[in-house]
Design a binder for this molecule. Structure first.
Ligand code: ADP
Ligand code: MG
Length: 474
């Protein structure tokens, strides 16, 4: 659908001026990232890549995405408590995928030992694209749900102010006033604060488990500062620090440098490269503890692509959410076609179809963080090679979503200003808390819009492909 600023897209001087305003506003508002050259230094920073203009989003689909978020929270939480489902679903995957197998092994070990944790905090982000049907009508289709380290809730909270100013500079004040407020930083922090409170030890701290390389620190600081504003102490530690200085007492309370930890918020630990032997040991220590892990390892497993694929089988959602017929219908309406590559007739058939028509599909391994999926000719070659071997079961196949492109300008440091045909991905943040068996919080906590040029099949802001954006509802 056309944006109400189509006229300015042809006004090069106005666009150049607006781009300068956008960059300065991003810096002033704190839409920041550390640089590739000095990823661990805050004395050299730049603005995080962003679009010059908001992108239009159909309001009905935007509302649909918000309306289904509490259902997804319930679903993820239900999966995380369902050992039979996780065991059965991941059985073929863990035979061939070492990373998932390692996570699963910790999951089983902690269960066998008996869970010390009684408060569960989930922070997820369900991502969607707007699939353009044959008649041109867009439909909301889920790309995936991120149940660990879902990022950009912080920086996106500061994007509205940037785009408001850009629209004003372009003479679009009325449109500027229509941009929706959005504050996931606060929503995420409220969840962490509530979990901290329920943990029930006022002197305990919240620990952000962070990566060795911390380019996206400002995104995390946005959430962190919201906690400090509520007088909750936050410490930042790496797996390596946990390995060296973390310990459990007799009641499995977690201590770091002598401080009790109430909540562990993972912004790390979702890809194999995050782990060496010591880091796996640190992860096990954290999982065994009584501290609230966000997420616990079961919830991380609930976010694997294999689980996503199994959810799309007829009857699975109904089994996982008995008595929640309407929630099941809302969830299912967002599913694209998902296909198992397990050994057997079903897998043989879909593999053959995908080899013959690779542009209809995306081939996905059990990985997060962007840049792992296979498309087109590459998909065909890889699938051709592994189609008769059990290796194929480490992947799933998904229908390729085809959104309608729109023109925007992607602002990146040291790049010229040029128009690109772009597509967007909408993410909704979910926050929930369960105490024992009782849900005590279940919210949608704001949104994230990321936009990329159509020549990139894969996405991700951290991966350097997508940029931050703001939805303009039409
Ligand atoms: P990751 O865990 O690496 O983020 P995703 O499933 O989110 O994996 O895929 C990464 C990117 O690939 C998405 O942000 C999106 O741009 C693109 N993508 C993923 N699945 C599809 C799909 N079914 N159709 C079109 N593009 C997709
Ligand atoms: Mg993703």
């Amino acid at each position: 659908m056309a944006a109400p600023w189509e006229d300015v897209l042809r006004d090069a001087p106005a666009l150049r001026e607006a781009a300068a305003v956008a960059v300065d506003a991003a810096l002033l508002e704190g839409v920041l990232m550390r640089t590739e050259g000095q990823p661990n230094a805050s004395d050299v920073v730049n603005y995080a890549p962003l679009t010059l203009l908001p992108s239009t989003v159909p309001s009905a689909l935007f509302e649909q995405a918000y309306a289904v978020q509490q259902d997804f929270n319930l679903l993820v939480d239900a999966i995380s408590q369902n050992k039979e489902f996780l065991e059965h679903t991941l059985a073929s995957t863990i035979k061939v995928d070492d990373f998932t197998a390692r996570l699963f092994q910790i999951y089983m070990q902690v269960l066998e030992e008996g869970l010390a944790q009684s408060v569960f905090l989930g922070i997820n982000r369900s991502d969607y694209m707007f699939d353009c049907g044959v008649d041109g009508t867009p439909a909301l289709k889920q790309i995936e749900i991120n149940t660990i380290a879902a990022s950009f809730g912080g920086l996106t909270s500061r994007m509205v102010a940037v785009h408001r100013q850009v629209l004003k500079v372009l003479g679009k004040s009325k449109e500027a006033s229509r941009l929706l407020p959005n504050n996931p930083s606060q929503g995420l922090a409220l969840g962490i604060a509530k979990a901290w409170e329920l943990y029930g030890s006022p002197s305990a701290v919240v620990m952000f488990l962070v990566e060795e390389v911390q380019r996206n620190i400002f995104d995390q600081r946005c959430v962190e500062n919201e906690l400090w504003n509520r007088n909750i102490r936050v410490i930042r530690r790496r797996f390596r620090d946990v390995f060296e200085k973390g310990s459990l007492d007799d009641a499995k309370r977690l201590y770091m440098d002598g401080q009790e930890v109430a909540v562990v918020y993972y912004r790390e630990g979702y890809v194999p490269k995050n782990y060496d032997q010591q880091n796996w040991e640190a992860r096990l220590l954290l999982e065994r503890s009584r501290a609230v892990k966000c997420p616990d390892i079961a919830t991380q497993l609930a976010g694997t692509k294999k689980v996503q694929q199994e959810l799309s089988r007829p009857g699975t959602l109904e089994r996982l959410l008995p008595g929640h017929g309407e929630a099941v219908a809302r969830i299912r309406a967002t599913f694209a076609g998902l296909y198992s590559l397990d050994m057997g007739e079903e897998g043989d058939k879909i593999a053959a179809t995908a080899v013959a028509e690779p542009d209809r599909f995306v081939l996905k391994p059990q990985r997060e963080g962007g840049g792992n999926n296979l498309y087109g000719e590459e998909l065909r070659q890889v699938l051709e090679k592994i189609r008769d071997s059990p290796e194929r079961t480490s992947y799933i196949l998904m229908d390729k979503i085809k959104p309608q492109p729109a023109i925007n300008y992607l602002l990146r440091a040291h790049s010229p200003l040029q128009a690109s045909a772009c597509i967007s991905e909408l993410g909704i943040f979910g926050v929930y808390i369960r105490q024992g068996k009782e849900m005590v919080m279940n919210e949608a906590a704001g949104h994230l819009l990321r936009t990329k040029a159509i020549e990139h099949a894969d996405g991700g802001v951290a991966a350097g492909v997508a940029v931050l954006d703001t939805p303009y509802l039409v």
